[in-house]
Design a protein around this ligand. Structure first.
Ligand code: GLA
Ligand code: ZN
Length: 709
């Protein structure tokens, strides 16, 4: 595990602070800032994210006067800092002198100067000068005793379609395919006369070439998915360039960049090994995104094999980018911040420490508002959380999630399923994954979210919704899970295409067919308001649930039928199947988009078979998450509901927030949005990896015996 977080510094606690841009204010305001930061328990600030234009007014012109002063004042305060490479936005002189650094968009329009996060990743000028800037900054601040980490670039994303990118794409393709025959085969080029005879004939897929109706409608999925991969790799190269420049001056301070969770343009799994630790910006799309955030934290934690990550940004109050920007209700900041820690964050940072004076984020929330007040509700909540983190100290630092359930997430399947004609375009990959995740989350399962090539040995249950593309040995590794007694769950639209997006020339679900013992005879897609009733017998108590959008008509070939359609010409045909394996595990195939009750019925049956249902599964809005470190287990109870909840404690322990000693089975009442951080006192060291919390739980009423174990 990479030596990150507080262990590098005197701060043996969850790091707390955020993006700090004092260069926007006069010096006397800096004094006010630091006085307020002391009140709020702020120990870490991120500097210089957008300072390219402040530091450099020309190619050979670097001036660190202001940044030096900022660093000096921060250092004086005893705080540590995360230093950015300042390449998050281009300065005007650069775009003016070298128009090639500006991106060309999907419609083929070369942009002129403006905004941020918009450099052409394959511009030689951008690559040279961004790396040079990173190097200059590293040279200046490497070795500073209060330097905690490097923050490279900022929220990488988007795409460019310029000539430099086209040339780099051809190079990328040559490396991937070596020869044009292989490329033509991968892209199935004989369809519509696309056989390429020279690399120079290849142009980026965009509105001027293969696409119509935007990013998802392409004549050739092969070239489009390769361009997505290539763009992700191009921006990764920018990260790698800057990191290499840093490493010339600083061999060891960990480096990261701030990811954006489920962000489609970049395959974070392909980036992960280049980061020393993962970090991400948590701006949920709605105010009831607790399940989604739990998922995203797990996805981010999964990037580095379960190591702790940082929340690099969240807003203390409002965001500015929505049409309607609600404040975080009382208690929500605390609840969501502890949720991130519960899922593995060792740092909780804000965007931003003080509200901008002007420009598009001047109303974005901040620890300090324009007036610099410390007597507001928002500041008080920030300061109370700071005090919480100080109180809890190092209790959870470095601790990991004891998960025996894995949920697979795959950018290739996301891309391939959404750029394809002939499926149901109203079905979105993230929504399907989140639907399965929610059922796991409500059941209080400790979960890892993993790439499809991750080792699956430690998992009893592997859930792989909409696994559209099957690459490498994924099918064999899923099979191995069932052979050693574990269970696998997958859904419709899985096992459809190979790594090139070409269909398998076999029954659907292709390489997964033998695992599930099922064959898809037909796939019906219907508008979302058309409902088919599904009778489930064998996933909990016999019941009828509903399904929409996608209806695969299944033929069981070795599997037993668990769910059947109730309507349309396929009434009575199989919709959900289960294949049992001699070692006791099962492979479940869900051929339709079940409603939440249907998904929960299937997943709770699977989880119950493996005794993985959490202790508070009867309270879906009470989240349960565990971090463990050696023999110490810390359980987090997070009440997302607007009403109080009372439960019997699953284990004895001490609530690190209130100091209250809790006995096992004692009634615990959590107010709306309240949090309990229970350091368990009946640790179960070495109990063969069994989750003590789960031991306390009777198998749920809908559990059933697999019968053949
Ligand atoms: C992102 C950026 C920040 C800021 C915030 C606003 O996360 O990294 O610079 O723009 O969004 O929410
Ligand atoms: Zn470009």
């Amino acid at each position: 595990m990479t030596a990150i977080n507080a262990s590098r510094t005197a701060h043996r606690k969850v790091l707390y602070g955020g993006d700090y841009n004092p260069e926007q204010w006069p010096r006397d305001v800096w004094e006010e800032d630091h006085a307020a930061f002391d009140l709020a328990g702020i120990d870490t600030v991120t500097l210089a994210v957008f300072d390219w234009g402040l530091i450099s007014r020309g190619e050979d012109d670097y001036d660190f006067t202001v940044l030096d002063a900022v660093v000096e004042r921060v250092a004086e305060s005893g705080r540590q800092f995360v230093m950015a490479t300042a390449t998050g936005a281009l300065p005007p002189w650069l775009a003016h002198r070298h128009p090639e650094v500006n991106r060309t968009d999907f419609d083929g329009r070369r942009h002129v100067y403006g905004q941020r996060h918009n450099a052409c990743p394959n511009s030689p000028v951008f690559r040279r000068l961004s790396a040079r800037l990173a190097g200059k900054i590293a040279e200046r601040y490497a070795g500073h005793p209060q330097l905690a980490a490097w923050h490279i670039g900022n929220e990488y994303g988007g795409a460019c379609y310029c000539e430099n990118c086209a040339a780099a794409f051809r190079t990328w393709l040559r490396e991937r395919y070596r020869n044009l025959d292989r490329l033509n085969e991968a892209w199935n080029a004989t369809f519509w006369s696309h056989t390429f005879t020279d690399w120079a004939e290849i142009v980026p897929p965009n509105a001027l070439s293969e696409h119509w109706r935007g990013q998802n409608h392409t004549a050739f999925q092969g070239i489009t998915i390769d361009y997505l991969r290539f763009m992700s790799d191009s921006m990764l190269q920018n990260f790698v360039d800057e990191k290499a420049a840093i490493r010339e001056h600083d061999p060891s301070t960990p480096a990261t960049t701030n990811f954006m969770g489920m962000y489609r343009p970049i395959d974070y799994h392909r980036w992960a090994k280049h980061l020393d630790f993962a970090s991400w910006d948590n701006y949920p799309p709605t105010d009831r995104s607790e399940a989604r955030m739990a998922f995203t934290h797990d996805l981010m934690r999964g990037l580095k094999g379960g190591d702790p990550f940082w929340v690099m940004e969240q807003t203390p109050t409002i965001t500015a980018s929505r049409d309607i920007n609600p404040v975080k209700r009382p208690g929500v900041l605390r609840l969501w911040s502890w949720q991130s820690v519960a899922h593995g964050a060792d740092a909780v940072l804000y965007f931003q420490m003080r509200q901008s004076r002007g420009a598009c984020e001047k109303y974005h929330g901040a620890v300090l508002d324009h007036a610099g007040r410390t007597d507001t509700r928002a500041f008080r909540e920030v300061a109370e959380l700071g005090a919480d983190f100080a109180r809890v100290g190092e209790a959870v630092l470095g601790a990991r999630t004891p998960a025996r359930t894995a949920l697979l997430f795959d950018w290739d399947s996301w891309w391939a399923s959404e750029i394809t004609d002939g499926l149901n375009r109203t079905v979105s990959y993230p929504q399907v994954v989140l639907g399965y995740h929610r059922a796991l989350w409500e059941a209080g399962v400790q979960l890892d979210v993993l790439p499809v090539d991750a080792p699956l040995d430690g998992y009893d249950v592997v859930v792989a919704p909409l696994l559209h593309m099957i690459k490498g040995d994924t099918a064999q590794r899923l099979r191995a899970v069932t052979e050693r007694g574990g269970s696998v769950v997958s859904t419709f639209h899985s096992g459809r295409v190979d790594q090139d997006t070409n269909a398998f020339l076999t029954d659907v679900p292709g390489p997964l067919a033998s695992l599930f013992g099922v064959r898809v005879e037909e796939t019906d897609s219907l508008p979302g308001d058309v409902v088919n009733r599904i009778s489930l017998a064998g996933a909990g108590p016999e019941q009828t649930v509903t399904a929409t959008s996608v209806f695969e008509i299944l033929v069981a070939e070795g599997a037993e039928i668990v769910g059947t359609y109730g309507d349309d010409f396929y009434a009575g045909r199989a919709a959900v199947t289960r294949r049992r394996f001699p070692a006791g595990g099962s492979a479940w195939y869900v051929g339709t988009l079940l409603d939440p009750d249907g998904i929960a019925a299937v997943l709770r049956t699977v989880l119950a078979d493996h005794e993985l249902i959490g202790p508070y599964a009867a309270e879906p809005e009470l989240e349960f998450a565990v971090r463990s470190h050696g023999e110490t287990r810390t359980a987090f109870l997070l009440n997302h509901a607007d009403t109080p909840v009372t439960v019997a404690a699953h284990a004895p322990g001490i609530d690190l927030l209130s100091g209250r000693v809790v006995a096992a089975g004692e009634q615990l009442t959590l107010a709306p949005k309240d949090v309990v951080v229970l350091q368990e006192t009946s640790a179960v060291p070495g109990s063969s990896g069994t989750d003590s919390a789960n031991q306390a739980i009777p198998r749920s009423s809908n559990s059933r015996c697999s019968g053949d174990s």
